[in-house]
Write a protein that binds this ligand. Structure first.
Ligand code: XUL
Ligand code: CO
Length: 438
């Protein structure tokens, strides 16, 4: 097979002093940080959709880069994409990839034919995975691009569209299982609404839960052992996406008793669209035991949409990795770069600069998070801040022993609350800076 990324060699760790832009300055896959290799801690994944399919289109203009990879017919295009994908993962030393069904094979007029194309590509992917020693982090179904999903998929007003969505998920689960996928993602696609004037919200949510329940049962019945994830997002394409944020999704899962079956795939740009920090979303997932995987990217805070930029903000990657380490690290999840080069960064080489930037930003973030934890001042501060719950009335509150009468008695005896200490926010922020730039 011909080389698609000519002139680019395997990217290696060269250290912070290197002036070679096609090298890692911080990501050293075999270096140990926090008791594991960086490779094990970070579990980087390539997103097939942006990297192999995204051509730089936006609503004002067509593509600026061609991703046909010299294919002369639809099937050849996707076969070549597969070869290019593995060359890219090899050169970037990325161990995992993630895809939607429609990223990896052509969509034809007839579903049966589309599925046959998927089967062919699945055979090729399996062979390439073996050859290059790469793994599938997660698969998913694109239940949002085709016009049949204009009113949603699992939440469509059309039972026919609902069946098409189910058929696609069934097939995507089969492929994901065949490729040994470690996860399967539901991102809400068009599951939401623009106006309540035409929407039966109760029925839509009930139906979405039914589709998820059936998907989990089907996946387990065919031997899928990976984790199921929901990826929250507050808006775009619909005004109100049902999976707004982690807390909203948790409410949905608990209502339909699906909370033991799903974890969260948290995307940085979706968090900020929901007016949360990335760390907030990770923390909500962590304290509710549903942290699973991450779509690593960043948004532009001056723009109100999902720009899917490669992550370069080290404050964010550091706080992200702090949460990941505190959650016990990734088990089946990883860091999938759901990120695309800017429209003007139109040369294939830009894909390499982008991934290198993202991987180095996360390597730095991991190192900072590890030092923050080893330093211990922040964790100790938080621990001390809640010391009043360790003994006396506080301990009785935590254990559930205290009654309302006990609390009232305590308050009456006190007269007032007199021992409140400073929250020391600025002191703590400066500790982060001092560790980051030590
Ligand atoms: C959309 C998005 C998706 C999911 C997978 O905003 O993030 O690409 O990650 O469907
Ligand atoms: Co995503």
């Amino acid at each position: 097979m011909s080389e698609f990324f000519k002139g680019i060699h395997k990217i290696k760790f060269e250290g912070a002093k290197t002036d070679n832009p096609l090298s890692f300055r911080h990501y050293n896959p075999d270096a140990i940080v926090g008791g594991k290799t960086m490779r094990q801690q970070l579990r980087f994944a390539m997103s097939y959709w942006h990297t192999m399919c995204g051509e730089g289109t936006d609503m004002f203009g067509r593509g600026t880069v061609n991703k046909d990879f010299h294919g002369k017919n639809p099937m050849e295009v996707f076969e070549n994409k597969a070869h290019a994908a593995f060359e890219l993962m090899h050169k970037l030393d990325i161990d995992f990839f993630c895809f939607h069904d429609r990223d990896i094979a052509p969509e034809y007029e007839v579903l049966q034919e589309t599925n046959e194309g998927l089967d062919k590509i699945t055979i090729l992917l399996k062979q390439l995975m073996k050859q290059y020693n790469k793994k599938l982090l997660w698969g998913t179904a694109n239940n949002f691009s085709n016009p049949r999903y204009m009113h949603g998929a699992g939440t469509s007003c059309s039972a026919d569209a609902f069946c098409f969505a189910a058929a696609q998920i069934k097939k995507a689960l089969e492929i994901t299982t065949e490729l040994g996928g470690e996860g399967y993602v539901f991102w809400g696609g068009r599951e939401g609404y623009d106006t309540l004037l035409n929407t039966d919200m109760g029925l839509e949510l009930d139906n979405m839960a039914k589709l998820m329940r059936m998907s989990v049962e089907y996946g387990r019945s065919i031997g899928f052992k990976g984790d199921f994830y929901i990826e929250p997002k507050p808006k775009e394409p619909t005004k109100h996406q049902y999976d707004f944020d982690v807390a909203t999704v948790l409410g949905f899962l608990r209502k339909y008793r699906l909370d033991k079956d799903f974890k969260m795939n948290i995307e940085a740009n979706h968090a900020t669209l929901a007016q949360h920090t990335f760390q907030h979303e990770l923390r909500v997932a962590r304290v509710n035991d549903v942290f699973g995987s991450i779509d690593a990217n960043q948004g532009d805070l001056l723009l109100g949409w999902d720009t899917d930029q490669f992550p370069t903000n080290v404050y964010d990657t550091a706080m992200c990795m702090y949460e990941v380490i505190k959650a016990g690290g990734f088990t089946k999840g990883g860091l999938n770069f759901d990120a695309k080069t800017r429209r003007g960064s139109h040369e294939l080489e830009d894909i390499f600069y982008s991934y290198i930037a993202g991987m180095d930003a996360f390597a730095l973030g991991l190192k900072v998070a590890d030092r923050l934890i080893a330093d211990g001042r922040i964790d100790k501060f938080v621990e001390d801040r809640y010391a009043s719950y360790k003994s006396g009335i506080g301990a009785d509150i935590v254990s559930g022993k205290a009654t309302m009468a006990d609390l009232e008695k305590h308050a009456l005896a006190l007269g007032d609350v007199v021992n409140l200490k400073s929250s020391r926010q600025e002191y703590l922020e400066n500790i982060v800076n001092s560790i980051m730039f030590e």
